[in-house]
Design a protein around this ligand. Structure first.
Ligand SMILES: *[C@@H]1O[C@H](CO)[C@@H](O)[C@H](O)[C@H]1NC(C)=O
Length: 575
């Protein structure tokens, strides 16, 4: 059973589309009911039939294959029972009726009051409709669904839904539901049928170019700054250290008394909390690769048009790249002389899955307590757990063993002193904590415009499709992060503080802190979410998002800095 799920996920990757999207005249076209939820939070969804709607007369058709990613995203397709066949118009007719009682009346009033929208699918095209309308203290519900379906040859290329006929909600009303279908020939190409869901007015290319130009200027400035500072200072340092002949002994001693060279016996000292550090760095490598791969796949595969395929791809790539996590985490751990490698590997393998599942579980728990809503299906939990145990864990193990054996030997350019050097008193702004806090400001500055678009497409009814821009912004973010972290580390080492590993990781990762703060701003000024559930939901997933971003930035910053540190210490002769 468990393996079936895994095979199924692989199968969905290979064969994302179970329909061919080609219909014969008169062939059944299925209207799937998906979810219903408040307009102001697209992510909070309940099954369509959790509201007292009724099913049409047609008997349920064959089995629908639900994929794991759909289950995780809360896609729960159910047959509507409406009789729709290809190219056959259906005149307005009743398909079912509901009789309200106290309970269903309250449920509907609640939905109307909170601007609930429902979502349906015809041939993978999403359709949204509003449940009802408030007028003063009267609540109305839309009862007539008019479908205008456009076809091009044998394919469906467009669906318009018009809600008509509002009925007032009263505690014991009998409400009939009606529908009608009109087929029209359309000139839209099948390949372009998703274009109408994209919103070029919102994702204005001008703004993206502006933002990228902005960040790009910052990159040039930063790279210039970094190279200028470093070139000047390093050259001065080298000159000072190498000009033995020109300096008398006294001056040489003085010159040797401060600066980054002083800590050469300590810079490569193993970090405290080594297992945790290697796990974070390993996970960071993996996440960076996954992010890049998903963005690139999406650019070429237009994955946003297929329901759930983005998430499937991400899960698949994540599982498949586990060896990367093991390799880099394991080799780092071994180089720093860690002994409990199994502990480190388990930490590496399960750090992110546990965080993600923990948050999801917590939010789910609140959802169940707060609204009586559906939980993440048990089957999906089992599937996720078996992916972790049977795919991610063994692959991480392989990576770790490889990493320990191929790259596990310490090869530092400087010997590590037996006794740690005391860290001298320094100015307050040279304290690691301040450096960490300051480190994230510039990288955040280079991404916050794009963050707005990403947040909006996640929390509102916009489909994000400008992945090319996302890729550019991601690359710029990486460059800015590396530059800033190198500068920070240089200042830290110059203050003769050798605790650069955690500092560089955290100062790069503190970008995430600003992203999380930005999400508060976004919540207050840009969304209309309310209530404990939506708030927990929003901040829970935002925390996860920020954390993942932080781990990525931290790792990239640490990587850049460690190359830099190795470089400067390997060119200095130590007697
Ligand atoms: C759907 O609505 C759009 C915009 O109102 C219209 O241009 C198009 O012709 C409609 N399509 C069908 C099939 O009715």
């Amino acid at each position: 059973m468990k393996f079936l799920y895994i095979i199924f996920i692989f199968w969905t990757i290979v064969n994302c589309d179970e329909h061919t999207h080609i219909y014969k005249d008169g062939e059944q076209v299925v209207l799937w009911m998906n979810t219903v939820g408040p307009y102001h939070n697209r992510q909070e969804t309940y099954a369509y039939f959790s509201l007292p709607f009724c099913i049409g007369t047609k008997v349920t058709i064959g089995h629908y294959h639900e994929t794991l990613s759909e289950a995780l995203q809360g896609v729960e397709l159910e047959f509507s029972g409406l009789d729709i066949t290809f190219k056959d118009n259906v005149p307005a007719q009743q398909f079912c009726a509901i009789e309200l009682n106290e309970q269903s009346y309250k449920a509907l009033v609640y939905a109307v009051k909170n601007h609930y929208w429902y979502q349906m699918y015809i041939d993978d095209l999403p359709i949204w409709g509003i449940v009802g309308e408030v007028d003063g203290d009267q609540y109305y519900i839309w009862t007539h669904k008019k479908f205008d379906i456009g076809y091009n040859g044998k394919r469906i290329v467009e669906v318009n839904l018009t809600a008509e006929n509002k009925e007032r909600l009263t505690p014991d009303a009998k409400i009939p539901f009606t529908y009608e279908v009109n087929w029209k020939k359309s000139n839209i190409n099948f390949e372009d049928r998703f274009d109408k869901y994209l919103d070029p007015n919102f994702f204005q290319h001008r703004i993206h170019w502006f933002s990228i130009f902005n960040s790009f200027m910052m990159v040039i400035f930063l790279v210039g700054l970094v190279s200028m500072i470093l070139m000047r200072t390093l050259r001065k340092d080298y000159a000072r250290y190498s000009k033995d002949d020109d300096l008398d002994d006294l001056e040489k001693d003085l010159g040797d008394e401060y600066g980054w060279k002083q800590v050469h016996g300590d810079v490569f000292r193993p970090v405290p909390h080594l297992a945790c550090f290697s796990a974070l760095v390993g996970a960071g490598y993996q996440l960076t690769v996954v992010t890049l791969a998903v963005i690139i796949f999406t650019i070429f595969g237009e994955l946003y048009t297929e329901r759930g395929s983005l998430l499937s791809t991400a899960i698949f790539i994540y599982a498949a790249t586990s060896p990367i996590n093991g390799y880099f985490g394991g080799s780092l751990y071994a180089r720093m002389g860690g002994k409990l490698w199994i502990k480190q590997m388990l930490l590496s393998a399960f750090l992110l899955p546990v965080l993600v599942c923990g948050t999801a579980f917590f939010i789910n728990f609140i959802a169940m307590y707060y609204h009586a809503s559906r939980a993440i299906p048990f089957g999906s939990m089992i599937a996720v757990m078996s992916i972790c145990t049977f795919v991610i864990l063994p692959l991480t193990l392989v990576g770790t063993v490889l990493g320990r054996n191929l790259a596990g030997q310490p090869d530092y350019p400087c010997r590590i002193n037996a006794v740690p050097r005391p860290i001298p008193e320094k100015k307050w702004f040279m304290e690691p904590f301040i450096i960490i806090i300051m480190g994230g400001i510039l990288p955040f500055g280079s991404i916050f415009i794009e963050m707005y678009f990403i947040f909006t497409s996640f929390w509102a009814y916009k489909i994000y499709y400008v992945y090319g821009f996302m890729l550019l912004v991601f690359l710029i973010l990486m460059i800015v992060t590396v530059c800033v972290t190198i500068v920070c580390t240089y200042f830290l080492l110059n203050a003769e503080d050798y605790r650069w590993q955690w500092t560089s990781f955290l100062s790069a990762g503190s970008t995430a802190l600003y992203v999380y703060l930005y999400s508060f701003y976004y919540f207050i000024f840009k969304t209309k979410m309310y209530g404990l559930f939506q708030t927990t939901f929003y901040f829970g997933y935002m925390a996860l998002f920020s954390l993942a971003l932080g781990i990525i930035c931290g790792t990239v910053g640490y990587l850049g800095t460690s190359i830099f540190v190795r470089k400067i210490y390997s060119t200095v002769k130590i007697d």
